[in-house]
Structures are given as structure tokens and as C-alpha cells.
Write a protein that binds this ligand. Structure first.
Ligand code: FE2
Length: 208
């Protein structure tokens, strides 16, 4: 994550063509999600901060971490939109059209130490995702010691609020899957596991 980014925040372009994750995620689903929903969080965040120049130098993570110090009139909106911006930025960057990218032996061992196997981690992520009632994100995150955690977060909550490093979000808002999978969340989850960019997840872990 690039901590130097601050107001005005920009929508990061998709790191692959919109049709690149097809058939697991359709180009239409991905384009509406990225250009519509993700972009909306960035626009709203910038709009809020326009009137509060004293917070414009804060990067996304700091806006989320320091929300208790923000004025009452913007705290909730900042929390929602900074969280949404960060979760979406990471979601799109943790997917890849080249899913066969191998894990390093070192990272694979860390996953196995935490969850027995990569397959078991995938199952735990899917279970967490299916446990979310309404909108939210399932997450793989790590703490300061390097221990990994699987989380089921509501709405646009982030692991940062729990002092954890975000490694891999799975978007469970309906807009992430409904156009293609309707109510079949399990099918969405089974498919998305085929396009996880584990190399990016590994980078997130080792740069924490
Ligand atoms: Fe989303």
C-alpha cells in the first residue's frame, strides 16, 4: 500500500483489462464495480476533505486510524468512505488474470503454520465471507507478530481499525457478485479463489 497517497485521492486503474478475470468475474461486473462503486468512495472522500484542509495530508490508513480525532460532523463519513476506498483498492489489486502465480516456499510455510494448508485458508475465508449478514468484506490480515487472522467485517470496516495489516479482502457487497451470480454467493467465492493474486498477498504480508 502506498502511504504517500493523500488528498486529492485518485481512483487506481484496474491492474488488468476488465475482461481479464472472465469467466470468474465478468467484465461488466468488474467495470461497474471499479468505475462505479470504488470510484464513488474516492469522490465522496475528496468531497468531504475539500472543506477540511487540516486533514488533507493524511493518507488513507491514517484517516482510518485517527478517526477518533476527527470532528463529529465528518467522522462517520470519513470512516465509511476511507474504509471503502482502501478495501476496494486492495480488492482489485489482489486479483489477477494469471492465477497460477506460485507462492514462495517461505510464504507457503507461514500460511501452513497458521492454517494447516493454503486450501484450508481458502475454506476459512469462504466460511467467513458466508457468515456476513448483509454487506461487508471477508479478510485475511496479520498482526504485529506476523500471526494471520481471518475476519468477517461489516460494511466498509477494515482490519486497520483492529490494528491489523490488511492482506487480502474478499468483497461481499452484492454489487461484487449479483450481476453475475445473483444469490449464489458460494459460486462467487469458489470462482474468485481461482483468480487470487497470492504474490500480491505475500507482498502485503512482508511489507507490513
Ligand atoms: Fe465493492
Amino acid at each position: 500500500m502506498n502511504n504517500s497517497e493523500h488528498f486529492p485521492f485518485a481512483v487506481r486503474p484496474l491492474p488488468y483489462p476488465a475482461k481479464g478475470l472472465s469467466p470468474y468475474l465478468s467484465a461488466r461486473t468488474l467495470k461497474i464495480h471499479h468505475d462505479g462503486h470504488y470510484a464513488m468512495y474516492i469522490q465522496k472522500l475528496n468531497k468531504i476533505l475539500e472543506c477540511f484542509p487540516q486533514y488533507q495530508k493524511l493518507p488513507l490508513e491514517a484517516l482510518i486510524l485517527k478517526q477518533a480525532f476527527l470532528p463529529d460532523e465528518i467522522r462517520n463519513e470519513i470512516r465509511i468512505n476511507a474504509g471503502g476506498a482502501l478495501n476496494h483498492m486492495l480488492y482489485f489489486e489482489c486479483l489477477t488474470p494469471a492465477p497460477k502465480s506460485r507462492l514462495s516456499d517461505e510464504f507457503k510455510k507461514i500460511i501452513c503454520d497458521n492454517f494447516s494448508s493454503v486450501d484450508n485458508l481458502a475454506e476459512l475465508l469462504k466460511k467467513a465471507a458466508l457468515s456476513i449478514l448483509g454487506s461487508g468484506f471477508a479478510y485475511l490480515a496479520s498482526d504485529m507478530s506476523g500471526k494471520m487472522h481471518v475476519l468477517a467485517l461489516k460494511n466498509t470496516e477494515t482490519p486497520i481499525e483492529e490494528r491489523l495489516t490488511p492482506l487480502l479482502p474478499i468483497d461481499m457487497w452484492e454489487h461484487a457478485y449479483y450481476l453475475q451470480y445473483q444469490y449464489n454467493k458460494k459460486d462467487y467465492l469458489d470462482c474468485i479463489m481461482n483468480v487470487i493474486n497470492w504474490q500480491r498477498v505475500e507482498m502485503n504480508y512482508f511489507s507490513r
